[in-house]
Ligand binder design. Structure first.
Ligand code: SF4
Length: 561
């Protein structure tokens, strides 16, 4: 099995000390990216750590595929204890930083401790430098990039940045990179901000030489360049009308599943406002679409489908430019657009203010700076819903993504079992359940009974994706034979590797008190959920209370060490 190479670099922000250690056994079993981050975080973060305390660790890791020239590889991972879900979580960002990161020669870089003063950290293949940056307190992402460019000459593509929201401990704050890309879900920006880190930069010329199947790399790259996918024209919102037509688009704070104005904010609107193509490093698929409103001069990227849901249909906003502005504010302040938009939709529901775009933009500002009611909303729906008297549309602390599980029931099952909470990318069951899916892959969207074997396969596959690190949008380019060639391992070996990662996440979360009750806490009924959860646990070899036997984890890890 291919895997990343190089030592682990540990950076203690409080003591301004660094150390390196060999982690060959970890990378051999866990590939890179999310897998390596999960293994290190599981073993090194105390089970009772405070997500916003110095004992939390943020592990940045690229993977073996970042040494290639293949499309769909412009991504990397960050893992840590989430201030939003209170569990172990990996978040995955696109953009360009994965290449400068791999060029440092480190397999993984972890940040621990906490600094009393705001600091920037420069990581290269020649060492680490710390830079006190008190003047950047409260700086936006753009302002921080300007500082880095002027002081180091490095562009936005080398940076991981905490915006004002992360500094202020907003529980769904992102770590931003390449201006508009984000380690988005789960609030790792707040965890890094709590350490007093404003930014990290990565640079070097020491990427490891990893043997890959060059013929397959070239084939996939060619397919990406020649693809006629609608995503290349409209990005992820290309699914908007389709999801709406089947009744899977959350609308009016999840009270409805169709939005009659979807075309005013979906694919047609993005295509009308895009002014150039955007991409991630090495990727010829280029599904990113910078957009501009000629009248106001406002520019942003996308927005993506999920942002269109959270700040559009879920808030009953049919004004595309207003959604662009919400997206841009979140990017500048460093906040996950899904959680932020959903939290604001919850507030609009409580005040009967759906569609009030001025209020929405005011709330984005207030959340980022924890001002007024923004201080409450910054806690996330799980923590504030009682106070506002609204339904709790979160799962394990995380606000719901689109692709609604009430229509796509397998996706609902995935929201239940996901170690990360209500995130659609964890298993992507929706990819199998929309009616246009090719028959050989398709899964009837109705019901959850008997779906656990496919769910487990998807969870494991995606864990391998996130460890490669391979973009999820390569789904039409991959099949079992290609996985085996690309990762130089049998399908069964890859499934086992994915299972090890999922199991370690679950084990860590169990130690923090998460169990079956958290899996059953969907805000809607799914017939047969309890029985199917038992089936899922049994197939995974876990206890019926949703916990992983300690002996399983130790055995699984030591067997591969
Ligand atoms: S498919 Fe899109 S998101 Fe994925 S790496 Fe390529 S440009 Fe980035």
């Amino acid at each position: 099995m291919i895997h990343t190479e190089g030592p682990l670099l540990s950076i203690d922000i409080g003591d301004r000390e660094t150390s390196e250690e060999t982690i060959d056994e970890v990378v051999e079993s866990f590939i890179g990216g999310r897998g390596v981050g999960t293994k290190l975080a599981h073993d090194r973060i105390p089970f009772d750590a405070d997500p916003l305390g110095p004992e939390n660790r943020l592990v940045f890791a690229a993977g073996p595929l970042q040494t290639s020239t293949m499309s769909f590889t412009g991504r990397m991972s960050c893992t840590g204890l989430s201030p939003l879900t209170d569990g172990l979580l990996s978040s995955n960002a696109g953009g360009f930083m994965s290449r400068p990161f791999i060029e440092t020669g480190y397999a993984a870089v972890e940040v621990t401790g906490a600094s009393n003063e705001l600091v920037g950290v420069h990581v290269t293949d020649e060492g680490v430098e710390f830079e006190a940056v008190p003047d950047l307190e409260g700086a936006t992402v753009e302002e921080t990039i300007e500082h880095i460019e002027s002081s180091t000459g490095l562009g936005a593509d080398h940076t991981a940045i905490v915006g004002p929201a992360g500094e202020n401990g907003v529980r769904f704050a992102c770590i931003m990179t390449s201006e508009s890309r984000a380690f988005g879900r789960g609030g790792l920006g707040a965890a890094l901000g709590a350490k007093g880190v404003k930014f990290l930069t990565f640079d070097g010329d020491s990427a490891p030489d990893i043997g890959l199947d060059d013929e397959l790399v070239a084939e996939i790259h060619k397919e990406a360049a020649e693809s006629g996918s609608p995503m290349k024209d409209a990005g992820t919102v290309s699914v908007s009308s389709y999801a709406n037509a089947v009744g899977a688009l959350p609308t009016k704070y999840f009270q409805e599943l169709e939005y009659d104005k979807v075309d005013e904010i979906g694919a047609p609107a993005v295509m009308e406002h895009k002014y150039k193509k955007g991409t991630c490093s090495a990727c010829a698929f280029a599904c990113k679409l910078p957009t501009r409103d000629e009248e106001s001069g406002l520019e942003t990227e996308g927005p993506e489908y999920e942002t269109m849901m959270a700040f559009g249909s879920n808030a009953l906003v049919d004004d595309f430019v207003a959604i662009m502005k919400s997206n841009e504010l979140c990017d500048q302040y460093g906040m996950d657009t899904i959680s932020c938009g959903d939290a604001i939709a919850a507030y609009l529901a409580s005040e009967d203010e759906f569609g009030n775009v001025d209020l929405i933009h005011e709330l984005v500002e207030k959340i980022a700076h924890r001002e007024g009611v923004g201080d409450l909303l910054a806690e996330g729906i799980d923590r504030f819903h009682d106070e506002l008297g609204v339904e709790n549309w979160s799962m394990k602390g995380m606000e719901f993504a689109a692709h609604d599980g009430r229509t796509l029931n397998g996706q609902g099952l995935s929201f239940a079992t996901s170690n990360r909470g209500a995130d659609h990318m964890y298993a992507e069951m929706y990819q199998l359940e929309y009616p246009l899916v090719p028959p050989e892959k398709a899964l009837d969207s109705d019901g959850v009974a008997g779906k656990s074997d496919r769910l487990i396969e998807m969870e494991n596959k995606n864990a391998v994706h996130d460890s490669g690190v391979l973009c999820k949008f390569a789904f039409t380019n991959m099949n079992e034979e290609r996985y085996e060639r690309l990762y130089d391992a049998s399908w069964d070996e890859l499934q086992e590797a994915g299972s090890r990662i999922v199991e370690l996440e679950r084990h860590f979360n169990n130690k923090r008190g998460m169990n079956r009750a958290d899996d059953e806490a969907l805000p809607y009924e799914l017939d047969g959920l309890a029985d199917e959860l038992s089936n899922y646990y049994q197939l995974r070899g876990w206890n019926d209370d949703g916990t992983v036997p300690d002996t399983d984890v130790e055995g699984a890890v030591s067997a591969d060490d």
